[in-house]
Design a protein around this ligand. Structure first.
Ligand code: ASP
Length: 436
């Protein structure tokens, strides 16, 4: 068995967290390849090392004095190194960084140093070999990630190794300059390494015991999802469900490697398993509930609309011509509703409406604003009758008016539109209808 383990910033924020990480790795010999983030926040008002690096480089770039800012970063690493009693100094690395910053080596190079240095510290602490990701993770000249070249280089290097620490978040361009993924990108590196070594499991260690059924800021202590499929995750992620970097799914999904979200502070908790498919029924019929506020619904009515070929296309054309994405499009016999982001629509509203009128000559156009969309997602909805009745019964009992319904043909999700003001209540009511 091979496991690739990625640790997020909060798991490596200080010496105590490093100790937990070492215990986790050493307790299972399968945990052979380790991908660290940069040190994160030690307490809620703290600053992540990555953000300190961005700020420090900003000073360097405008030729202001950045010595104190760089010293504060080196202090973060000294605190960890001394706290662990390691015989290690990063003085040479910081000298190089100071020179590179003064020479304006680039903001992505600057940001990547958080993971680079943390990788060196973690490798020394674990007694594993350190690999610089700039030599194994490649981007093309246009800045896009080069999956094939990376996979070749990484798999041939790692094949012969028992263990290694490969820092997250960055790689290099063809000319050798360092390039980073977007924020949170260490998740992607973990996934790439898992694919390269054909791991059996990609463990993503963070500070929560897995994905929660819904947002804990809305529902008090929601339950953890035990197993979720990639498709369910995608539906929920689209609605703001934020677990992993979106681009971290692809490499492991194509290689058939499951992801396990685990908690560094509670390593015995099973966490959430993310898989391609499963015979395991979700614990509560629904897998998750997520939503977003701020949508507008444009409702177009025309008698005999359904007999008019090309009607739908012409309506969508009015949106397309104005560069507006549509989110959903529930329709009736003589009505069609197009749901869009309010902020995107507002500025172009009159032009779009004029174009719809011109192209389709409707009987009426009605606009509802301040709509929140809620996605109720679950593979269990297919085989369970009465799911919709349960949702709408619960909303009705709470006197919440449903302004729109859209059920995807996959039977994997139901999208419900309510007023922005009812958003939090609706999520609570739906959650409690299924999760006891
Ligand atoms: N350290 C980087 C960030 O803060 C990347 C990561 O943690 O995944 O975005």
């Amino acid at each position: 068995m091979i496991k690739v383990v990625k640790f997020g910033g909060s798991s490596l924020a200080n010496a105590d967290q490093f100790r937990k990480v070492k215990d986790i790795i050493k307790s299972d010999a399968d945990r052979r390849f380790v991908v660290p983030s940069a040190p994160g926040k030690r307490f809620s008002a703290d600053t992540k090392v990555t953000d300190m690096l961005y700020a420090c480089y900003n000073l360097a770039e405008s030729d202001s004095d950045f010595d104190d800012a760089l010293k504060a970063i080196s202090d973060r690493y000294s605190e960890i190194i001394n706290g662990l009693g390691l015989n290690l100094t990063l003085a040479a690395e910081f000298d190089q960084i100071r020179k590179d910053f003064a020479a304006h080596a680039g903001v992505e190079y600057a940001a990547s140093r958080g993971e680079y240095l943390n990788g060196i510290v973690l490798a020394a602490y674990l007694g594993f070999e350190f690999l610089d990701s700039a030599e194994y993770v490649f981007f093309r000249e246009d800045g896009t990630f080069d999956a094939d070249k990376t996979n070749e280089a990484l798999s041939s290097k790692l094949r012969g190794m028992k263990n290694a620490v490969i820092p997250g978040f960055y790689g290099s361009l063809p000319d050798g300059r360092v390039k980073t993924f977007s924020r949170g990108g260490s998740d992607i590196t973990g996934s790439i390494v898992a694919r390269a070594v054909q791991a059996n499991l990609y463990e993503n260690w963070t500070d929560v015991s897995g994905c929660l059924v819904t947002d804990p800021r809305i529902v008090d202590s929601p339950k953890v999802i035990d197993v979720i499929t990639y498709r369910e995750l995608r539906e929920l992620a689209y609605m703001g469900f934020n677990v992993l970097h979106e681009d971290a799914i692809f490499p492991v999904r194509t290689a058939g490697i499951p992801i396990n979200i685990k908690n560094t502070n509670a390593p015995k908790d099973p966490g959430t398993l993310i898989v391609e498919s499963t015979s395991r029924k979700p614990a509560f019929t629904i897998t998750g509930v997520a939503g977003k506020k701020g949508f507008t619904a444009i409702n177009i009515e025309k008698d005999m609309m359904n007999a008019e070929i090309g009607f739908g296309r012409r309506i969508l054309q009015a949106f397309e011509d104005n560069g507006i994405n549509f989110e959903h499009m529930p329709s009736g016999i003589d009505t069609m509703t197009v749901v869009v982001h309010q902020s995107e629509f507002e500025q172009k509203e009159q032009t779009v409406l004029a174009e719809i009128r011109k192209l389709t000559n409707p009987d009426s156009i009605d606009i509802s604003t301040d709509i929140a969309l809620i996605a109720v997602v679950g593979r269990g909805m297919r085989s369970n009758r009465g799911v919709a009745a349960k949702i709408f019964g619960a909303l009705d009992r709470a006197s919440i008016n449903v302004r729109m319904i859209d059920q995807g043909s996959s039977e994997l999700n139901i999208i419900i539109g309510v007023s922005n003001n009812d958003f939090e209540d609706a999520i609570n009511v739906i959650y409690h209808a299924f999760v006891q």
